[in-house]
Design a protein around this ligand. Structure first.
Ligand code: NDP
Length: 297
């Protein structure tokens, strides 16, 4: 039987609606408007598109968006000074520095200069540590989106075998920690994993975050497993055109899986929706208010 398609686009719309209605309540009952500051250094075209999209969606859910576009040659001292200003600005509840940064800037230093309470990307070392020790953290947006979709589909994830392919700091590792937090038995696979296909065949849940087009084939997937495809790869579609594919070979995997996220329209739309959710969460925490239900890990 063909797999159920987990519609990330529709799910992201429901997350944005929840955020928007919570923001309306915050404004009416508490006189607070959550604010997200996005810092872009340089003119990387893909980053410009992401930043525009983030700003637009921030405003659409009723939050304030503050965009800071800096020249590619901005010094580290100037960037750190801006972050310090945003850290101390009570109207700013979330700060995101768009990555990658130009090579003369030390990304770790920059990210770790953000107030952890405003670190809506969840990349600050304090948030990494809090997540790793099962404490209340700001959680990276992409894995948070994957977790929300898995919880929505399965209810409880307790006791399930999960295989996360990829061990990056922004997707693989936080994803594994979140699944562990939901009591899955978690395996993290990577480029040195032996017999990856056999490892993946054990999984009730497969999260592919590899960056290799259509690497995970249907014959790696256990019958009925849930497949979350994080990959976004642009490949040649002939006649000078390109198309987006995931890290999973959709056609063969969807013939075996119980449920699967498509690319595009799966994990991708959830990432910005979760950024908005994180900004709302940060705002509620900063003001000692109850956190929005169903929008946090
Ligand atoms: P990274 O390149 O940082 O990490 C890739 C991981 O995949 C590494 O851990 C690497 O292993 C592992 N890997 C590479 N080749 C293989 C292989 N042949 N077999 C097994 N493991 C392998 O990527 P990211 O985590 O940043 O991103 C992964 C994918 O997710 C990309 O396609 C990216 O575009 C996409 N993405 C999508 C987002 C969204 O919003 N939907 C957000 C972020 C990323 P090793 O550590 O051993 O090198």
């Amino acid at each position: 039987m063909a797999a159920k398609v987990i519609d990330g686009k529709a799910f992201a719309a429901t997350v944005r609606e929840k955020v928007a209605s919570h923001v309306t309540r915050l404004k009416e009952e508490n006189g607070i408007t959550p604010g997200l500051a996005v810092v872009l250094v340089g003119e990387d075209p893909a980053s410009q598109v992401y930043v525009r999209s983030k700003g637009k969606q921030t405003v659409e859910v009723g939050m304030n968006s503050y965009e800071h576009k800096l020249d590619a040659s901005t010094s580290e001292a100037d960037l750190l000074a801006l972050i310090d200003k945003l850290n101390n600005d009570p109207a700013v509840h979330g700060i995101l520095v768009q990555l990658p940064l130009p090579s003369h800037l030390n990304s770790d230093l920059v990210i770790n200069s953000i107030d952890p309470a405003k670190d809506v990307d969840g990349f600050h070392i304090s948030n990494v540590g809090l997540l790793g020790t099962g404490q209340k953290a700001m959680v990276p947006c992409t894995p948070l989106g994957c977790l929300m979709m898995l919880r929505d589909y399965h209810g409880s994830l307790s006791g399930m075998n999960a295989v996360v392919i990829g061990r990056s700091n922004i997707v693989g590792k936080p994803m594994a920690n979140l699944l562990l937090g939901d009591s899955c038995t978690v395996t993290i696979a990577h480029s040195r994993t032996k017999d990856l296909a056999a490892v993946v065949r054990q999984a009730d849940i497969v999260v592919a975050a590899v960056g290799r087009p259509e690497m995970v084939h249907g014959d790696w997937i256990k019958e009925g497993a849930t497949v979350i495809d994080v990959g976004i790869n642009r490949v040649d579609a002939g006649e000078g055109k390109t198309r987006l594919v995931g890290d999973v070979h959709y056609e063969s995997a969807s013939a075996v899986a119980g449920a699967i996220t498509p690319v595009p329209g799966g994990v991708g739309p959830m990432t910005i929706a979760c950024l908005l959710a994180n900004t709302l969460t940060a705002c509620c925490r900063a003001n000692g208010l109850a956190e929005p239900e169903g929008l946090t890990a």
